[in-house]
Design a protein around this ligand. Structure first.
Ligand code: ZN
Length: 306
């Protein structure tokens, strides 16, 4: 026993002497390995954008459902399973938006935190179910950002100051946009703020900015409008003097185009409902998306009916 200790100590000393002769073999004491970026997987593009804004250099973010993608009817692939199994942090919307996430987490073996970005918001109901589209109000976005900030700080305490600063800066931009949207939509009389969209994604927007949205297919894009739905909406449109109908970036535009045609209404443009648009286009970040929606609504509502 004793002799073995002595032997090993001797070999250690010999090893150290050898390293001293070859200094480039010694580890550099002061150069810490750069902290690996936190691998964040967000369920859809809007959350991914928020996580990038808040996390900055500390994070490497991917979205499962990308730009123009429809999370209501998403079907994960083996590549998504792999993404999750390599993740450090998973961010979801919650409110039953991602019906597929639980199974995906299970299959991937991911054991880290699953952060629910909408935690703490006041939930609207669509019938008996929660309305998942809470990001369509900038006041709710504040809550999302706060939940994401807390999760990133907990996962990377060494970057806390950086993350806190970025989060505070981002929230200032959220507040400025909120004030601007209120001011712009305030130019339209409340009675004239009535529009049609294809699915019921704008309930939180409607509450926050006092705009009435009439939807063709209900809360999920998974269901289809019946002929009766279409004629109900056409009647409603005519009776209520609805100014404009809008297509959405995640849905087939034909339904809304047909409604517009039958009711003699105009298509006012495209609204970004459940996804950002591709990089380099008008709704490629959450704030640009929100700003685009407000401007598009305003432009259509300000046109006087013929
Ligand atoms: Zn939706």
């Amino acid at each position: 026993m004793t002799s073995r200790v002595i032997t090993s100590r001797r070999s250690l000393l010999q090893g150290a002497a050898a390293l001293a002769s070859f200094p480039w073999l010694l580890p550099t004491a002061h150069a810490e390995a750069p902290a690996r970026k936190l691998r964040v997987v967000a369920s859809f593009s809007i959350l991914a954008d928020m996580a990038r804004e808040v996390g900055g250099d500390a994070v490497d973010v991917t979205a499962l459902v990308g730009p123009d993608g429809d999370a209501h009817v998403f079907e994960p692939t083996p590549a998504d399973v792999k993404r999750l199994s390599n993740a450090d942090l998973v961010i979801v919307n919650g409110l039953r938006f991602e019906g597929w996430i639980e199974r995906l987490v299970q299959v991937s073996g991911y054991r880290g935190p699953v952060v629910v970005a909408s935690k703490g918001i006041t939930t609207r109901l669509l019938g008996p179910a929660p309305d998942p589209h809470a990001w369509q109000s900038l006041a709710n976005a504040r809550r999302y950002v706060d939940n994401i900030r807390a999760a990133l700080v907990a996962a990377r305490p060494s970057h806390a100051a950086h993350i806190e600063q970025r989060s505070a800066d981002y929230l200032q931009r959220v507040d400025a946009l909120d004030a601007s949207v209120r001011k712009r939509l305030g130019q339209v009389a409340p009675a004239d703020r009535r529009v049609v969209t294809s699915h019921d994604a704008f309930g939180y927007f409607a509450e926050a900015y006092d705009v009435t949205f009439i939807s063709a297919v209900g809360w999920s894009t998974g269901s289809e409008a019946s002929a009766a739905d279409v004629s109900r909406i056409v009647r409603q449109l005519r009776a209520q003097n609805v100014r404009a109908v809008f297509v959405e970036n995640i849905s087939d535009p034909r339904l809304v185009q047909r409604i517009a045609h039958e009711a003699g209404a105009r298509v006012g443009g495209t609204l970004y409902s459940d996804a950002l648009s591709p990089p380099g286009t008008a709704g490629d970040t959450y704030l640009r998306m929100f700003d685009h929606n407000a401007s598009t609504l305003l432009a259509a509502l300000q046109v006087r009916a013929p």
